[in-house]
Write a protein that binds this ligand. Structure first.
Ligand code: FES
Length: 202
């Protein structure tokens, strides 16, 4: 499976949920009248979230109609950016950062866990089709490496044991707790702050 390869199996229809319809009105309202096409990336992202992390062709057509723009333009955006998946990736989509700071903190141990528990190769669905994984470049949380992103949540300060626990929870359909797995708040030092103590909001 390549996530950028258009899936051969496509659903017949797509519509935004009532909750997303409300959200998209707000998004489109952020742009001047006549410039609603600028909302295309945000709407593709909404469609992806609603459809278990991938965008079917029918959703691109639906968005093109909604924004009154040619379908090919929506298709071009969806096929250009790596953040959009065009084949099923499962309800849980795991992205492991293997860029240098995470790599030297043990990111490949997390990759091992995914190979053992989910699928032998990246971008392949698990046996039960509930999840898949892939290596990615920096996720922007380098101070908390190694990091993995599952759908919209970050899981930080991981090691092999912690990653196994998280993946096991996902495979059981449970929702693991996001954030630091060494008890840090955001990227503060372990055992609390050590500088700028006089500044309450630092
Ligand atoms: S290097 Fe992994 S989050 Fe930046």
């Amino acid at each position: 499976m390549s996530l950028k390869k258009i899936s051969k199996e496509q659903p017949d229809s797509f519509e935004f949920s009532s909750e997303n319809l409300l959200g998209l009105k707000k998004i489109i309202g952020n742009y001047p009248k006549g410039k609603q096409q600028s909302a295309v990336m945000a709407l593709l992202y909404l469609a992806q979230r609603q459809n278990d992390n991938w965008i079917p062709l029918v959703a691109m057509k639906y968005i093109a109609n909604l924004l009154e723009m040619p379908y090919i333009k929506v298709y071009e955006v969806a096929t250009f950016y790596s953040m959009y998946n065009l084949s099923p990736v499962g309800k849980y989509f795991i992205q492991i950062c293997t860029t240098t700071p995470c790599m030297i903190r043990g990111a490949y141990k997390l990759v091992e866990v995914c190979k053992e528990k989910i699928s032998a190769r990246e971008k392949q669905l698990s046996n039960d089709k509930s999840c898949s994984w892939m290596e990615v470049e920096c996720l922007g949380a380098c101070a908390n490496g190694p990091v993995m992103q599952i759908n919209d949540d970050y899981f930080e300060d991981l090691d092999k044991t912690k990653a196994i626990k998280i993946v096991n929870q996902i495979l059981k359909g449970e929702k693991p707790k996001p954030g630091s797995y060494r008890g840090r708040i955001n990227s503060e030092p372990e055992n609390n702050r050590k500088t700028l103590m006089e500044n309450k909001n630092a």
